[in-house]
Design a binder for this molecule. Sequence first.
Ligand code: TRP
Length: 340
Amino acid sequence: MKIIKMKKRILTGERPTGPLHLGHYVGSLENRIKLQDQYDCFFIIADYQVLTDHLTDTKQIEKNIKEIILDYLSVGIDPEKCTIFIQSQIPAIAELTMYFSMMTSLAEVERNPTVKTEIKTAREEGRISEITYGFVGYPISQAADILFVRAHLVPVGKDQLPHIELTQEIARKFNRLFGEVFPIPEALIGEVPLLPGLDGRKMSKSLGNAIYLSDSPEVVVNKVKRAITDPARIHPTDKGHPEICNVFQYHKAFNKEEVEEIETKCKNAGIGCVACKKRLIEVLNAFLDPIREKRKFYEGRDDLIREILSTGNERAKKEGEETLRLVKEAMHFDYKGILD
Ligand code: TRP
């Protein structure tokens, strides 16, 4: 007998709220490039989820989706090896969200720490009236994102862990109530420490402290020049503290060959911040150059992007239909006795 060994399935992705930056690269894209060789990978562009807090600028979403696809392709995510798709194009995700929302208690929704923090921030910022029913429930929709392909592994950052736990709860509850349909997905948490923004805060689009994969060489020069280094180091003759310096974190992530030398030199005032930044600019631009080149190639190829999305959406849709068939059968929602 021929034994076909199925590859394990991975699902992860992001919201199309803007272009991807170096933090995304270090924290997840780099890992995906490796994972796509070993697993059956699905990458979701979660456009419904954008509506949870960007309800007024929906016009931007299409452009952002395109940028993300270009980011994916330019770093080496290969649509021949993986499935890239748009959340709202997959009817099964919306349908599963409906079933799953009936299986999730209000208490479970309310105790999600990520959601709680976001509500607290909204209250502090006077935006509490913008918190919608859909926002509070987005982890349920995220569970549908994961379970519609019956994924085994979900590579995510730590902040997403509560959502994966909820997904496991939903999968377990479904299997217990209606029969085994879903594998219990596990989170795959990256080992890489988060890359800080150029000002030392979390790297984020809204804080304006990110270097994007699509930034030009000149933009990288200007951004790194403005980056905050060790605040205690005023003169180049002062000894530096690389462990608290943002620029050093970038050397750690992108300049592995020289990082030890730079650390020693910084600690002994053997290299000043200006020279250290200059070196980082060279290293980052050398890293980004091939990515820019690939991007340029794909930028003029709208037909290719169309094809990638149409193939990806089709495959995801098919998987979703099969999952939904199993779900409806298990729940007796297929109404075989009264429907054709
Ligand atoms: N919530 C995730 C984020 O903001 C994006 C996301 C949506 C996601 N659906 C997902 C991540 C499913 C992993 C699996 O980054």
